[in-house]
Ligand binder design. Structure first.
Ligand SMILES: Cc1cc2nc3c(=O)[nH]c(=O)nc-3n(C[C@H](O)[C@H](O)[C@H](O)COP(=O)(O)OP(=O)(O)OC[C@H]3O[C@@H](n4cnc5c(N)ncnc54)[C@H](O)[C@@H]3O)c2cc1C
Length: 386
């Protein structure tokens, strides 16, 4: 139903999306005195389909913006500290111990924790249950309209943090899905999987289906998150049903099938897209920046994106401060955001993606990689980085 009278709100900065990227941008702006709002289509807590592993830099980056979040996070019960990764391939396994703190946490809890923290520790105003439908830029102001509403939000800078199907990216950057740089992914929650160690994430490489890998991540309260991802171009080209493939892998892999005999799936097997940083298109322009999945920043090798969502939120927040200090909001000035992101993550991602593309053409690459990783010197080198 349409509201009868049109309402107009003005903010210095509007962040569309209150996930990890959006909350991080709000935290980066907390002491600036700028008038900031977050619009999100959901009420929180809300689910987000994800593997739910948070690498060490997620918390480190949040701590840099707001050291007090450390105490709140320590008291937050629903997380699980992860101390190692176990890789499985062809009947063999390898364990890598972590030097830094990593966690798993159900996104329904973690994202709510973050949004409540931003509410308490900043002056950000929240408009939840507001689905952004359209955005236009007019006279150096972004005009944001909401579905089924006559309210219009006006702002000097809009930060698109609205995830894989970003409306901000569609309207302001002309972004379209590119299946060659996009994973289709599924995940389900299980209880009673045999042999789960609560501080170890497990990765299974699987020859038959040639999926990147299957993950099994332990969660709070003896749950585990199990899933996998695959390039969307391959899914559509080979007409793969990824939900059927998921159960096929669980049932046909000797190591998984024996461990899943007593396992109980809780809830449905859900899928969602992962836009990959192997192709980052336009992510800034006059009066706008894109962050997190809206900017396609998930790692093209691992599929993880929370860390880059948080980091890009921080960098976009820092760019906003420069914009207001210099009173410049044009595309050229915003390009500093891209340059900083490139230095911080994109250069490294491009290099490792290129290496992976070459290596993946080598026959028996998984056998070779596993043999190399078993060498003590290589093993120690990798552990130092975890
Ligand atoms: C199956 C799967 C497994 C994954 N596993 C991992 C993992 O283990 N580790 C990891 O680091 N990453 C993982 N990822 C990637 C990770 O989920 C994302 O990179 C991360 O959630 C990006 O955060 P974000 O804040 O950019 O977007 P999101 O978390 O998607 O948040 C976007 C927010 O925007 C809101 N929104 C969307 N559209 C609108 C609109 N039109 N108007 C208003 N609000 C809107 C949504 O309600 C949401 O709150 C996985 C992804 C998938 C699909």
């Amino acid at each position: 139903m349409l509201e009868e009278t049109e309402k107009i709100y003005y903010y210095d900065v509007i962040i569309v999306g209150g996930g990890p990227a959006g909350c991080s941008a709000a935290l980066a702006l907390k002491s600036t005195g700028l008038k900031v709002a977050i619009l999100d289509k959901s009420e929180f807590p809300r689910e987000k389909v994800c593997g739910e592993l948070m690498q060490s830099n997620v918390i480190k980056t949040l701590l840099k913006m707001s050291p007090e979040i450390g105490t709140a996070f320590n008291q937050f019960e629903k997380k699980t500290q992860i101390k190692s990764t176990k890789l499985h391939y062809n009947g063999k396994s390898l364990v890598f111990k972590y030097k830094h703190e990593s966690y798993t946490c159900r996104r329904i809890y973690f994202d709510d924790f973050l949004i409540q923290y931003v509410k308490k520790s900043t002056k950000t105003e929240f408009y939840l249950n507001k689905q952004v439908e359209k955005i236009t830029i007019k006279d150096s102001t972004a005009l944001i309209s909401i579905k089924n509403s006559n309210t219009v939000y006006n702002t000097k800078i809009v930060i698109g943090a609205d995830g894989a199907n970003s409306v901000v990216a569609k309207y302001l950057a002309g972004k379209q899905m590119d299946r060659k740089h996009y994973f289709g992914s599924v995940r389900a929650f299980y209880k009673n999987i045999e042999g789960v160690n609560s501080d170890t994430v497990e990765i299974f490489f699987h020859k038959k289906h040639k999926v990147n890998y299957v993950w099994l991540f332990p969660l709070y309260n003896n749950y585990a998150n199990v899933g996998f991802g695959m390039l969307s171009s391959k899914i559509s080209k080979q007409k793969i049903n990824i939900k059927n493939t998921f159960y096929d892998i669980i049932n046909s892999s000797p190591v998984l099938s024996s461990r899943f005999q007593t396992a109980i799936q809780e809830g449905s097997l859900d899928g969602f897209g992962v836009p990959l940083a192997s192709k980052v298109g336009k992510i800034h322009g006059n009066n706008f920046m894109l962050i997190g999945d809206a900017a396609s920043l998930s790692n093209p090798i691992s599929g993880t994106g929370i860390m880059n969502a948080v980091l890009s939120g921080k960098l976009a927040g820092e760019q906003v401060i420069k914009c207001f200090n210099e009173n410049k909001f044009d595309d050229n000035f915003m390009s500093q955001y891209y340059q900083n992101l490139d230095k911080a993550i994109l250069k490294q991602i491009k290099k490792s993606f290129f290496a992976q593309q070459i290596l993946s053409r080598i026959p028996f690459i998984l056998d070779i990689a596993f043999a190399l990783l078993s060498i003590k010197w290589v093993h120690r080198k990798i552990e130092k980085r975890l």
